[in-house]
Design a protein. Sequence first.
Length: 272
Amino acid sequence: MIKKCLFPAAGYGTRFLPATKATPKEMLPILTKPLIQYGVEEAIEAGCTTMAIVTGRGKRAIEDHFDISYELEHQIKGTLQEYCLTEIQNVIEKCTFSYTRQAEVKGLGHAILSGETLIGYEPFAVVLADDLCDAKVGVLSQMITLYEKYQCSIVAIEEIPLENSNKYGVIAGVEIEKNIFKISNMVEKPESQDAPSNLAIIGRYILTPDIFDILRETKPGKGGEIQITDALLIQAQQGKVLGVKFDGQRFDCGSIDGFVKATNYFYKNQNQ
Ligand code: G1P
């Protein structure tokens, strides 16, 4: 069973400056809820009970968010605002949070390796809070169900326009069941002419713990950073990585455009 979910959250969020100068990008809200809370709720729905968050300098607001705020709760008790904290109180009751700091920002692979101390030697999930997903059955739940059958690393994938391939890890593989691909190749942010397909990895992963040993040996790749895509390629070459085209909607909230789309989508849904 997968009980732990890792959230890399050390990035600077430069695309959202000046908003992210003193506020972690993971705390930017879609309506009234911070991005990372959506991710944590998805992980809880999937059965995870430990949230392992890899933070960095300037990210303390994340820890404060997932904690009780006695003064505030006391202040609004009995008022109309009391219900506004119900969701976050439920989250805090259902799981525990542990944190470690990534001293240097050296890529997603490095962030995941920094989380080893919180995960130990067991399979785990990874959520990139920037990728906000909405689905009837949560994307992580869909992936964990698949993990129970195949017991190997799994990435969520979706079709993208080829001209966007340089924003994603891109896979090649054979469809072994409807929407499930056995991955044979993966390339981090290729130019469109070098992309092995139009299937891009989005920010949901299930990883088997041998990934940590592979990451320790992984040399810096694209952008001089340690890439999880490169480490997963080693597992894929052993026939051990699946890609799943999930059911649901995903918004790239790491971009202004995606962030606005998500805001409009959730606003419309809320008013229906
Ligand atoms: C990361 C991964 C990339 C993946 C993407 C999904 O890139 O390196 O393979 O496709 O997340 O959002 P980033 O967006 O952090 O640059």
